[in-house]
Ligand binder design. Structure first.
Ligand code: FES
Length: 170
């Protein structure tokens, strides 16, 4: 289950992520991933906090301060499908839309998922239960079609299984 953002200490999460991964350019994605995982998504406030911490991290001389803009961080957060700049539902469904899954029944499954949930890609239902997104290959093409619900991987999924799978997530 994804975290309920309101109950989380955003500043603490951002600080912990920056401290853990360090103020260096190749840490931007791990930092954003960690914030996304811990908080459920990456609000603008997290971007601002992360930029400030990356820039001001103690122990660095003025020349060593990392110059990164909020725009750069936001660009990364909005580019990668596994990162979310908008609040997501309590459960994130990631459907693999790559070709190997597509030809193993993925096309029909995708239609059924959308019908079953009444959602299109990128949408969250009104009750905040599910957010539905498409992603590229999840690395388990041999058991396609494949989808992830939060951290649970489902392979060889058929339209008939969807109701039972979704019922597991409140
Ligand atoms: S193509 Fe779907 S998991 Fe690889």
């Amino acid at each position: 289950m994804f975290n309920i953002a309101e109950e989380k200490d955003l500043a603490g999460i951002v600080e912990a992520a920056v401290t853990k991964h360090g103020a260096q350019a190749d840490a931007f994605i791990p930092i954003l991933l960690e914030i996304n995982h811990e908080y459920g998504y990456i609000p603008g406030q997290a971007i601002r906090l992360a930029r400030k911490l990356l820039h001001d991290l103690p122990g660095k001389s003025p020349e060593e301060h990392l110059l990164v803009s909020e725009g750069q961080l936001y660009g990364l957060a909005s580019f990668y499908h596994m990162l979310h700049t908008e609040k997501t539902g309590r459960h994130l469904i990631q459907f693999c839309e790559s070709a190997p899954c597509h030809v193993q029944g993925g096309r029909e499954l995708w239609k059924s998922i959308q019908q079953n949930l009444g959602l299109k890609a990128g949408e969250t239902d009104a009750a905040g239960r599910f957010t539905l997104v498409t992603v590229s290959c999840l690395g388990v093409c041999g058991v396609g079609p494949v989808m992830l619900v939060d951290d649970d991987m489902y392979g060889n999924v058929t339209p008939e299984q969807l109701a039972n799978i979704f019922a597991k997530y409140e």
